[in-house]
Design a protein around this ligand. Structure first.
Ligand code: PMP
Ligand code: GLU
Length: 440
């Protein structure tokens, strides 16, 4: 990469002064596409990297944590991260791996026994047949998604992205040079209609990304709708990326079906994405995986060869233990999430004018707060979900992710991956906050 300096470092103050308008130094440089490095050098960032935004989910959670560290009593509904400890039976296997010296490189795509266990899981739980060479283990499902999108989306390809979408899909499409085509959903149910997907198709459409259950809405896709999407994908020769990371977190009897399971035709054009982060409360271990046609998986492995090599050896052993662990461990966590979900739903229902579909999956509620745009709080105007989230964090100390991060203005995403006590405290604060809003 070329490193360009606009003028010698010692001339910068004079050059900035020439502007004569008090423009700050860093503003001058970023205006010209240059950015400071701590060493006093300037580098020009690539167009690709300038086109992507930081992850709103990660940055708001980090901001809430930083405020807490400073002693601010922040209630956080921002993190999409189970608050439980990783189950003991998983940690034991990781410790054993360290003690046995399992600390070297492994094959890039993962250790054979983990890939076998993933094949068994996909057969047992999803009715899908895969061979180990059709599996790649990566550093989290986010990394599996990155590998898949970078491998299969060509520059200029269009990718259908049903609204609301998880933040990272959009940016990974941008990184691949693809064009995201957002597909509207029904604003009440937050579900897309097959006819809207059809209307969004062009000769450049290459891929569709599905997330079932959905982050941020918690919606579980109806199997009939999925079947229609599968038929469309086969008919129009589309690749499907099916992110099923929340498949085990379902409530009210909701059943998650993998789109790949409808027919051999759809399986042959689908990359199934999954991982251990959410189901087993293992976010920090960074293990995700992808299953798909051998050629695609091997190409993803070539990419991974040159980016990260294998995911952490010890985490792979832990993931193996997770996939073999007693399913009661998971159902216990799900039942706790379900209590929290009911509490969150009940509290949000008590806020006037706010509407949302009752989630049946994941651990989020995506609620429409647009009736409160055009209001003010203690003199601060609120015109967007970003401003609402900002004022909620700064004034009421509640961290929530704005809907705009998921492509839907006016909405807020509440994560209930936190204790009932925290939910009650935060929702009481939110009700008080809403009472104090005044029309602009
Ligand atoms: N997909 C969705 C929809 C998610 O919410 C997340 C959250 N982290 C991921 C993928 C990535 O998970 P991982 O921690 O395995 O990278
Ligand atoms: N996926 C979670 C979320 O949406 C964790 C943060 C992230 O990876 O974006 O909050």
């Amino acid at each position: 990469m070329a490193v360009l300096c606009p003028f010698p470092v010692h001339e910068w103050p004079e050059q900035a002064a020439k502007l004569g308008d008090g423009t700050s130094f860093s503003a001058l440089l970023s205006f010209r596409g240059f950015h400071f490095l701590s060493g006093g050098c300037a580098v020009r960032l690539t167009r690709k990297i300038n086109a992507i935004q930081p992850s709103a989910t990660l940055s708001i959670s980090a901001r809430a944590k930083a405020m807490k560290k400073k002693g601010v009593d922040v209630v956080s509904f921002s993190a999409g991260e189970p608050d439980f400890d990783t189950p003991e039976c998983i940690k034991v296997e990781a410790k054993k791996a360290i003690d046995q010296g399992f600390t070297k490189y492994t094959p890039t795509s993962g250790i054979p026994e983990l890939k076998e266990a993933i094949c068994d899981k996909l057969k047992r739980e999803n009715g899908l047949e895969y061979k180990p060479e059709e599996i790649i283990v990566s550093c989290g499902a986010k990394h599996s998604l990155y590998n898949a999108i970078l491998t299969l989306c060509e520059e200029g390809d269009e990718v259908l992205l049903p609204l609301p979408y998880w933040v990272t899909y959009l940016e990974q499409i941008h990184l691949a040079g693809g064009k995201a085509v957002l597909v509207n959903c029904d604003p009440k149910t937050l579900v897309v209609k097959p006819e809207d997907l059809r209307k969004s198709l062009t000769p450049r459409t290459r891929m569709i990304i599905l997330n079932n259950p959905s982050n941020p809405s918690g919606v579980v896709w109806d199997p009939e709708l999925l079947r229609e999407v599968a038929e469309l994908a086969v008919e129009r020769d589309l690749i499907v990326i099916s992110d099923e990371i929340y498949e085990h977190l379902t409530y009210d009897g909701a059943v998650v079906q993998s789109i790949a399971s409808f027919s051999p035709d759809i399986q042959s054009r689908t990359i199934v994405i999954n991982g251990v982060s959410k189901t087993f409360s293992m976010t920090g271990w960074r293990i995700g995986y992808a299953a798909g046609p051998k050629d695609a998986i091997q190409a993803m492995e070539r990419l991974q060869d040159h980016c990260t090599s294998n995911p952490v050896s010890i985490s792979q052993k832990a993931a193996l233990a997770a996939l073999r662990c007693d399913s009661v461990l998971v159902s216990e966590m799900v039942s706790i999430f379900d209590h929290r979900r009911k509490l969150m739903v009940q509290s949000l229902t008590s806020i006037p004018q706010v509407t949302f579909p009752v989630p049946r999956g994941a651990f989020y509620v995506f609620a429409n707060f647009s009736p409160y745009l055009g209001y003010q709080y203690q003199g601060q105007s609120i015109d967007s979900s970003m401003q609402l989230a900002e004022v909620l964090l700064e004034k009421a100390h509640i961290a929530i992710v704005p809907g705009s991060a998921f492509g839907m203005e006016g909405f807020l995403r509440f994560s209930y991956a936190t204790s009932e006590e925290v939910i009650e405290k935060g929702m009481t604060r939110l009700r008080e906050f809403i009472k104090e809003l005044e029309p602009l």
